[in-house]
Write a protein that binds this ligand. Structure first.
Ligand SMILES: *[C@@H]1O[C@H](CO)[C@@H](O)[C@H](O)[C@H]1NC(C)=O
Ligand SMILES: *[C@@H]1O[C@H](CO)[C@@H](O)[C@H](O)[C@H]1NC(C)=O
Ligand SMILES: *[C@@H]1O[C@H](CO)[C@@H](O)[C@H](O)[C@H]1NC(C)=O
Ligand SMILES: *[C@@H]1O[C@H](CO)[C@@H](O)[C@H](O)[C@H]1NC(C)=O
Ligand SMILES: *[C@@H]1O[C@H](CO)[C@@H](O)[C@H](O)[C@H]1NC(C)=O
Ligand SMILES: *[C@@H]1O[C@H](CO)[C@@H](O)[C@H](O)[C@H]1NC(C)=O
Ligand SMILES: *[C@@H]1O[C@H](CO)[C@@H](O)[C@H](O)[C@H]1NC(C)=O
Length: 733
């Protein structure tokens, strides 16, 4: 086990420490129609089972059941009651940012936002995260009218948070803490606020990325001026704080947040957290998300930051839109030049420096772990231990953050209280070697400010989690990628300690940042097409995603600088303008999701947990995941002798949202591995919303070496629209 995962596990055990009583989610059979109130239904069961459990939450929408602190004996006695379907200990989830919350920056994201969004006034984006800093300019409601009439939410009061802090932009704010307090300890009010107020920064960042008001001059001290704008600057924001200063969030609180968000009638739910690839009946986010999707709420979630390891995804349920992270075409180059003349390129966010003052001249260089007097020196800090703070009091002039084996391949511009430069591991090793061996080591740092139009971009972030999907190998995940490296957005704004100075904007990296980009774009699409289902919205975003970078070549994977694959980037990089006119969509209904569970061989009680209803798979029906109407294709080659001809058949139904048109198909594949044929090859639509089906046959080469992957695409076009689906095939090991 690596050092970082050991620490991570330790933290997890600490944050999710279990006493004798642990929080369980009790899943129940649907409430009998003679009863009217879920709370009564839940309390009745607790009374019948004669348990003294503290009921944390009675859920109304997100699950059929409740959360309670239970001993193992109490779990046993609950399970004796026929209305109890399952009792599942809650899971501790974590935020999906890669680095500590000390980055900061500036710039302009408008390149990702080009659309008329006047009608998005009526779209509400719910964000489940660490809360919000309501005073941020990103939540300014100038020019907004009253909240949409459908809105049922509230602005809850608490520590340093009054109801008057919500406005016509930030229309709701709630906080859910019972699960966290029951499992850990009371919220530490010296660090956090027992209210919707954010003390971590993550929630302020994600919510302003999704739907923050455009803020001019988000720039910092003369560095690259620009506008920080959410993806859907006219949409409304509702915050559900279920995660805390530490970055951890309990499953029971997340479910409570989803329960409220459904009741409050948000249109989009943005969830930048997750944990592991979990079976759908064990994953609170997946269960709550299906309830939301059934009510027409689009749910996007981060894909995870555990790349470049294979099968490192989180949030893979096929009703969730799973978002990986790519770079934007902007960098903050800087360079360190050592006394021996060697120079190393890196990245930097400058603090309190002007463009006219962009160099630290040759000064003594020291290595932080060795301690000593940093005054007047440049200090080398291992990125993996970057919480080893070199502060202004030390008198240091600058910092070189050098990646270690723990940091992965990404070099992330780090904002700090001192001018700093981040370099990769290879450069870091050479610099460390120099500073340790040289008797009078020196260095200088030059900063080049902000550079845009960096090519190629996007590049998939090395940390972005990858497939294959091990829960359902026939569903390709992630679905797509969105900007998630060095993203500027609002941050908490308190504090007078200069070393904790938080000037209101911050640069962050992670799939946590990619997810709210997609959420905001989905809000724009929803505004343009209010009747579209969550699956239709996702289909439009996926089938129009771009597989090429700004150099016209296939998107690269930062992990190896080679073209990335659909296991890494899904359908490609989100391309919002083309998503407005997708031509065709692949739609899905609740029945389809339940059929998917039947096809996945979930038992009736597992289905009851996920679907919150009695649902029996029809024994006469041939449920096949291959026919589940997903906008992408993943084929797991199993036993070649089965099915006879080595052919895999997938059926799809497309709906013409772009009106009449004649679509012809084009396939791309490696013919050595697979031949792809489509029947029919032409689809003629006479009018809008017509459905047509087609069948794809993958004829695979049975003698490919085991463990081979092969990729391709299926593309329908009527000359105006291009409707592209990625294809990924994998041969067994
Ligand atoms: C966008 O706004 C412009 C100017 O108000 C208008 O002419 C145009 O039709 C709008 N486009 C859409 C797609 O609503
Ligand atoms: C909370 O609000 C009170 C009253 O406005 C203020 O005195 C206090 O400094 C605030 N606490 C923090 C941590 O911002
Ligand atoms: C560190 O060195 C600087 C000048 O080189 C000096 O002014 C300062 O007093 C020293 N600090 C300590 C703690 O020795
Ligand atoms: C994909 O991006 C490239 C580079 O920005 C652009 O030239 C191309 O038109 C895009 N393709 C689509 C389908 O949007
Ligand atoms: C493949 O199918 C054959 C014949 O049905 C069977 O004997 C063999 O065990 C199968 N292999 C695997 C790996 O499932
Ligand atoms: C695909 O078709 C070509 C031409 O008919 C043939 O040479 C090739 O072997 C086929 N590949 C597979 C995997 O069946
Ligand atoms: C097309 O299919 C969708 C579901 O896939 C269904 O809801 C819709 O009613 C169908 N439309 C027509 C015109 O049959």
């Amino acid at each position: 086990m690596s050092f970082s995962s050991a620490i991570y596990l330790l933290l997890l055990m600490f944050m999710c420490a279990s006493s004798e009583r642990v929080t369980n989610i009790v899943h129940m059979a649907p409430m009998p129609s003679v009863m009217e109130d879920k709370h009564t239904y839940h309390e009745l069961l607790i009374r019948k089972a004669s348990i003294s459990a503290e009921l944390l939450y009675s859920y109304k929408h997100a699950v059929e059941g409740f959360a309670a602190r239970l001993t193992p004996d109490e779990v046993e006695s609950l399970l004796l009651h026929p209305e109890v379907v399952a009792v599942v200990p809650e899971i501790c989830y974590k935020l999906q940012t890669t680095r500590s919350p000390f980055f900061l920056g500036l710039d302009d994201q408008r390149e990702y936002f080009t659309s008329n969004c006047s009608s998005s006034d009526d779209v509400i984006v719910g964000v489940i995260d660490t809360g919000v800093w309501p005073e941020s300019e990103s939540f300014n409601d100038k020019g907004f009218g009253p909240a949409p009439r459908s809105w049922k939410g509230e602005c809850e009061e608490g520590t340093n948070f009054t109801a008057s802090l919500c406005n016509q932009k930030l229309i709701g704010a709630r906080y859910l803490y019972k699960g966290f307090e029951a499992e850990n300890f009371p919220i530490d009010e010296t660090q956090d606020f027992k209210s919707p107020r954010d003390s971590n920064g993550h929630g302020t960042h994600t919510s302003s990325t999704a739907a923050g008001t455009a803020v001019k001059e988000a720039s910092f001290l003369g560095y690259a001026p620009g506008v920080a704008s959410g993806m859907a600057p006219r949409a409304r924001i509702a915050i559900y704080k279920a995660c805390w200063y530490s970055g951890y969030c309990m499953g029971s609180d997340i479910l409570a947040a989803m329960d409220k968000a459904i009741e409050d009638k948000v249109n989009v739910l943005s969830i930048s957290l997750g944990l592991g690839m979990l079976k759908y009946d064990k994953d609170s986010i997946a269960i709550g998300a299906l309830a939301a999707v059934e009510r027409g709420i689009f749910v996007s979630a981060s894909a995870g930051n555990d790349g470049p390891s294979k099968s490192s995804l989180v949030n893979v349920a096929p009703w969730i839109t799973t978002v990986g992270a790519g770079t934007v075409d902007r960098d903050f180059p800087a360079m360190a030049i050592l006394g021996n003349g060697r120079s190393f390129a890196g990245f930097s966010m400058l603090f309190k420096r002007r463009r006219s003052d962009l160099t630290i001249n040759q000064v003594p260089l020291v290595y932080a772990p060795l301690g000593g007097n940093f005054s007047g020196k440049i200090v080398v800090v291992d990125m993996g231990r970057a919480n080893l703070v070199v502060d202004t009091k030390s008198g240091a002039l600058g910092i070189i953050y050098a990646n270690t084996a723990l940091d992965g391949i990404e070099v992330i511009a780090r904002y700090d209280v001192l001018p700093s430069l981040a370099v990769d591991k290879q450069s870091g090793d050479e610099i460390r070697d120099y500073v340790l061996k040289e008797s009078n080591p020196t260095a200088m740092i030059t900063f080049e400010g902000t550079v845009i139009n960096v090519k190629p971009s996007p590049v998939v972030a090395g940390f972005s989690s990858r497939g294959p999907n091990t829960i359902t190998p026939e569903i390709l995940k992630p679905d797509l990628i969105a900007p998630g490296v060095n993203i500027i957005a609002a941050w908490t704004g308190s504090g007078s300690n200069p070393d904790l100075f938080r000037p209101g904007f911050s640069i962050q990296s992670g799939t946590s940042m990619a997810c709210p980009h997609l959420s905001g774009l989905a809000a724009l699409l929803k505004a343009a097409n209010p009747k579209w289902s969550p699956a239709a919205l996702r289909s439009a975003l996926m089938t129009t995603a771009n597989g090429s970078g700004n150099d016209g070549k296939p998107i690269l994977d930062s992990a190896n600088r080679k073209p990335s694959t659909p296991f890494v980037h899904g359908a490609g990089h989100v391309s919002p303008v083309s998503a407005l006119t997708p031509g065709l969509i692949y739609d899905l209904t609740t029945e389809d999701y339940l059929g998917f569970l039947c096809a996945s061989d979930y038992t009736s009680s597992q289905i009851k947990i996920i679907a919150r209803r009695d649902f029996t798979c029809d024994p006469k029906k041939d449920y096949r995941i291959a026919d589940f109407n997903y906008p992408s294709f993943a084929v797991r080659i199993h036993n070649h002798s089965r099915g006879g001809d080595g052919a895999y058949r997938y059926t799809r139904i497309v709906t013409s949202v772009g009106g009449a048109g004649t679509y012809t198909v084009k396939v791309v594949s490696d013919k050595k591995a697979v031949n792809i044929s489509v029947e029919p090859e032409v689809l003629e639509f006479k009018q809008v919303n017509e459905n047509k089906s087609y069948t794809v046959t993958f004829t695979v080469n049975p003698s490919m070496p085991s463990g081979t992957n092969s990729f391709g695409g299926i593309e329908w076009s009527d000359g105006r629209h291009v409707v592209r689906s990625p294809v990924a095939l994998s041969w067994p090991k």
